[in-house]
Design a binder for this molecule. Structure first.
Ligand SMILES: Cc1ncc(COP(=O)(O)O)c(C=O)c1O
Length: 446
């Protein structure tokens, strides 16, 4: 007898009682998960699923990481909650660890509940520190699903739900080199043009109006991995304009891109002024986000009244999970492991690209994060389906993979590969072999 509540018709009761995110409710047909270990999840009907997306690109440490689970248990025994305006030991410890790993000496950390509110608070802090209102973000970006985070996002799925200008947000075209919005075939020129556009918009808004530019240094659920020259150039441009740079590292941090934080790939001189975190911060064992601000932003904020806060900001249980998560990344060498396995995964995906014409582009791979963009025709780069729709053949691929015990994530024409950093080498090879076979079948069917 499965552990979950079932209806008379044998379907999970959850189908009738819960509103699920990012899906049509009547089509909801996801497995119910009752346990997990490493990169594997256990379903209520007794199956095992190999997780090739770290669920929502967040379970970087795998599922039920013993050290994190033990830390939560120990903290629960000691103290579950203290209000965010009072002190809590695990909160102080986690803030110190984050500042150390980020090299933000003299900086400060504000804890939130997740990524969207971390981004909203980063914007509040940038505006308060700069005493300027406007924020520049990218088209085709994702910064969260609460209202202000939706305004920050240039997400085609939700852009019509919110008036970005009312939130004083301007979107600029992305450095999407495979389909460059500036009409160049050169990735470097595309990156340079995208940065020039940011500088132009800073100039076009009335003098001294822009507080910050918010972008992801790497990766991203919208599947754009910028050319390597983009972040250093953006850093230089924002510095020259005297505008804060906010790195949304919600997805790209904690080894996902082969570094503690993705911007570190470009060196200390490309450090942002503010960095937002969530997901891998606790390896998704408990909800937690953070805004890490540099010493100069901290100095600007220190004398001000901080008119913000959520009841559960810096919750001790979540912070204890965060401390154990950071210790696990460090002690198990998971950042380096991600870099090594990411390079292997990238090599395998490029070999698949040589075999399957349906693969137009393969990007990322600096850590265990890669994007595979599928096309109808490789020479014209015609997309498999118009963005952000998903072709039925890709939907079938995902279903077949799940049927074979492997879960892949996809958005539109993009397969997003982001397994837990603890995935076994054999597990990774098995999952990629399955993907290779299924892409062959998909290519033959479209
Ligand atoms: C880059 C980025 N920023 C922000 C968010 C929002 O985080 P959350 O879902 O924790 O609010 C996400 C979530 O996928 C993300 O990928």
């Amino acid at each position: 007898m499965p552990a979950q509540a079932m209806t008379a018709a044998g379907t999970p009761a959850e189908r009738q009682t819960v509103l699920h995110s990012w899906c049509i409710q009547t089509e909801w047909n996801a497995p119910t998960i009752v346990g997990g270990e490493g990169a594997r999840l256990h379903t209520a009907d007794g199956r095992t699923i190999l997780d090739m997306s770290s669920l929502a690109e967040c379970s970087n440490l795998g599922h039920q990481h013993p050290r994190v689970v033990a830390a939560i248990r120990a903290q629960a025994h000691k103290l579950c909650f203290v209000t965010s305006s009072w002190g809590a030991e695990p909160r102080a410890e986690l803030a110190a660890l984050l500042l150390e790993h980020a090299g933000f000496a003299g900086g400060r950390v504000f804890f939130t509940l997740g990524g969207a509110d971390a981004n909203e608070h980063a914007v509040k802090f940038a505006r308060a520190a700069a005493a300027r209102p406007w924020i520049i973000t990218r088209e085709r970006s994702y910064h969260g699903a609460s209202y202000a985070a939706m305004a920050l996002s240039g997400d085609t799925r939700t852009v019509s739900q919110v008036d970005a200008a009312a939130f004083r947000v301007v979107h600029v075209p992305p450095p999407y080199a495979y389909r460059c919005p500036f009409g160049t075939a050169s990735p470097e020129e595309c990156a340079a043009a995208a940065v020039r556009r940011v500088a132009e918009v800073i100039g076009e808004l009335s003098a001294g109006a822009v507080a910050a530019v918010m972008m992801e240094p790497n990766a991203g659920s919208n599947g754009i991995v910028a050319p390597a020259s983009f972040w250093p150039a953006l850093c230089a441009a924002t510095r020259a304009a005297g505008v804060y740079l906010i790195a949304d590292e919600v997805m790209s941090a904690f080894g996902r891109c082969g570094e503690w934080f993705a911007w570190q790939r470009y060196g200390a001189e490309c450090r942002p002024d503010i960095m937002t975190l969530a997901k891998g911060l606790t390896g998704a064992h408990l909800p937690l986000g953070a805004v890490v601000v540099s010493a100069s932003v901290a100095r600007a904020l220190e004398p001000q009244m901080l008119m913000t806060g959520l009841t559960y900001c810096g919750h001790p249980l979540c912070c204890a999970a965060g401390v154990a998560a950071l210790e696990s990344y460090r002690d198990e060498g998971l950042i380096e492991r991600s870099r090594t396995l990411g390079a292997r995964m990238l090599g395998e995906l490029r070999r698949m690209q040589a075999r399957h014409a349906v693969i137009g582009d393969v990007r990322g791979g600096h850590g265990l994060f890669a994007v595979v963009e599928l096309v109808r025709d490789r020479s014209s780069r015609a997309p498999l389906a118009p963005w952000p729709q998903m072709h039925s053949a890709l939907r079938r691929l995902l279903e077949s993979a799940l049927g074979a015990g492997v879960s892949f994530a996809a958005r539109g024409n993009l397969l997003l590969l982001a397994p837990p950093l603890v995935i076994g080498e054999r597990e990774l090879a098995e999952a990629l072999a399955l993907l290779d076979r299924l892409l062959g079948e998909l290519g033959a069917s479209v």
